[in-house]
Design a binder for this molecule. Structure first.
Ligand SMILES: NC(=O)c1ccc[n+]([C@@H]2O[C@H](COP(=O)([O-])OP(=O)(O)OC[C@H]3O[C@@H](n4cnc5c(N)ncnc54)[C@H](OP(=O)(O)O)[C@@H]3O)[C@@H](O)[C@H]2O)c1
Length: 218
């Protein structure tokens, strides 16, 4: 769409820019719109949980959340803990351990905002770890997550489950591009494939174990 197109500055490579229009904007929208995080750091302090923080979405979410006044707890596999910390997470838990499966903050914080990038985590796992007016923002858009949202509407809890549907905006894409140009936001690339091997790239994306983005190049 022309209305959401922005120029790519020469300092920003095509491989780096290609993650911004969907994954980058999704993370930006989740944090700022339902999440209410001000990325200039001017808002009140918020405790955030980002699940699957080592994925294409999660790595953008961690870096953007760090620009706000936040304390970030992240979940990922053991091999990505240092990467996720280096990009801004304050505490990282391995999702394959009992502590990680419970999504409990090691420092005992209750989450004000959850950016839910991992599938199949039941509401009952989050519930005890949430602050009174928290929002769990589900970007996974799976059928079961949408059903959970519908069921949740029948409860009177102030803890909300919010599905995210991307509404792309040129201003936000311009903002993300500027952050990349200034070195404040990185696109982490898991691997690159030539166009002739696009099927292999798709298989890699589909197995749910990529660290960051998979790039297909002409
Ligand atoms: N990427 C996009 O542009 C985009 C845009 C909108 C919505 N979405 C949705 O967002 C969700 C995430 O997509 P994605 O592309 O970011 O990532 P993804 O490919 O699903 O994430 C893979 C990474 O997450 C880790 N991981 C897998 N399951 C986990 C769990 N239960 N807890 C913690 N970490 C876990 C994996 O670690 P291990 O290898 O150690 O298992 C791997 O590093 C998907 O449902 C997707 O449909 C994606």
């Amino acid at each position: 769409m022309e209305s959401v197109t922005v120029a790519r500055p020469p300092e920003v490579s095509a491989a780096t820019a290609v993650g911004l229009p969907v994954a980058g904007l999704t993370a930006h929208q989740a944090l700022t719109q339902p999440g209410g995080i001000k990325l200039d750091g001017s808002g009140p302090q918020a405790n955030i949980l980002i699940t699957a923080a080592s994925g294409g979405e999660g790595l953008y979410a961690v870096q953007l959340a760090k620009l706000g006044n936040t304390h970030i707890t992240a979940t990922c596999g053991a091999c990505n803990i240092e990467l996720v910390k280096s990009l801004g997470a304050d505490e990282v838990i391995d999702y394959k351990t009992p502590e990680g499966a419970a999504r409990r903050s090691p420092s005992g914080r209750k989450y004000d905002v959850v950016i839910q990038c991992a599938t199949g985590i039941p509401w009952s796992t989050f519930e005890p770890n949430l602050s009174a007016n928290s929002k769990v923002i589900d970007i996974t858009r799976t059928l079961s997550s949408l059903l959970r949202v519908a069921l949740k509407k029948f409860t009177f809890s102030k803890k909300q489950l919010v599905p995210l549907f991307l509404s792309p905006k040129a201003d936000n894409l311009e903002y993300l591009t500027k952050l990349v140009k200034e070195g404040k936001l990185k696109t982490i690339i898991d691997s690159k494939y030539p166009l002739a091997k696009a099927e292999d790239a798709w298989a890699k994306i589909s197995n749910g174990h990529a660290t960051g983005k998979i790039i297909v190049e002409p």
